[in-house]
Design a protein around this ligand. Structure first.
Ligand SMILES: Nc1ncnc2c1ncn2[C@@H]1O[C@H](COP(=O)(O)OP(=O)(O)OP(=O)(O)O)[C@@H](O)[C@H]1O
Ligand SMILES: [Mg+2]
Length: 237
């Protein structure tokens, strides 16, 4: 068995607005290991984005422990969390979140700028990541000059370029037509085959089926944890 990347222990998250409290996560225990491909599914309001924000070190739990690649991140300061995010996590969002005024190349090298990687190495690694996602010929195009599917592939290249422990994708195909969705999902399959750990949120059961494992969340709790796709059929993709 591979090493755990994510270890959640009795995670609770309570939102407070004035005197009103809402417990969005009610005791979540999950371990996700290196190389796993996991989809988080569940109805609207069940806590998927709340969970994703915690996994991505964008927010901290009200109680419980979160270890990311062995490091306890549940009690870290904002600054420490920002550093962990940059070092360990690659994000892919529904809205791509690319900088409109920057070329594909510049968008992809940005996480390396934050990490203090020298310019020549940044350029080379960004070029390699864009080539990896099939955009080696589009290095100098800005997001507005690319299709939605191509923009999402730039976002995947940006998520990859730091060689993160974990790729987190929140509805990565939510804004794509079916052919671009298939492209992006094919890319995630390839990354998984290359040994990456991937956690994605989706409403789309066909997308969830591509993963190895589905976590079903309802009312802030994991109610099902099932093998899917080839994993369920005994395969080992
Ligand atoms: N900042 C907040 N303050 C108060 N309540 C919140 C806050 N953010 C989320 N919630 C509540 O927590 C619950 C879980 O929200 P969350 O966004 O995690 O759901 P979700 O599963 O991602 O839903 P969707 O599929 O609609 O995106 C919801 O009832 C929501 O209203
Ligand atoms: Mg959500």
């Amino acid at each position: 068995m591979t090493e755990p990347v994510i270890e959640l222990d009795e995670i609770r998250k309570t939102y407070r607005s004035g005197v009103i409290e809402f417990e969005a996560l009610r005791g979540v225990d999950v371990t996700i290991r290196e190389g796993e491909y996991v989809a988080v599914v569940g109805p609207s309001g069940s806590g998927k984005s709340t969970l994703m924000n915690l996994l991505g070190c964008l927010d901290t739990p009200t109680s419980g422990a979160y270890r990311l690649a062995g490091e306890d991140v549940s009690t870290m300061s904002e600054t420490q969390l920002a550093e962990v995010r940059n070092r360990r996590i690659g994000f892919v969002f529904q809205q791509f979140h690319l900088l409109a005024s920057k070329s594909a190349w510049r968008n992809v090298e940005l996480p390396l700028v934050y990490a203090g990687v020298p310019r020549a190495e940044r350029r080379e690694r960004a070029r390699a990541a864009l080539t990896r996602v099939g955009l080696g010929e589009r290095l100098d195009n800005r997001p507005g000059e690319l299709s939605g599917g191509q923009q999402q592939r730039v976002a995947v290249a940006r998520a990859l370029v730091t060689e993160p422990s974990l790729i987190l994708a929140d509805e990565p195909t939510g804004n794509l037509d079916s052919s671009s969705s298939a492209d992006v999902m094919g890319l995630l399959d390839e990354l998984h085959d290359a040994g990456r750990t991937i956690v994605l949120i989706t409403h789309d059961l066909q997308v969830a089926e591509r993963a190895q494992r589905n976590l079903v969340i309802r009312d802030g709790q994991i109610t099902d944890d099932v093998a899917t796709g080839l994993a369920a059929a005994g395969g080992s993709r």
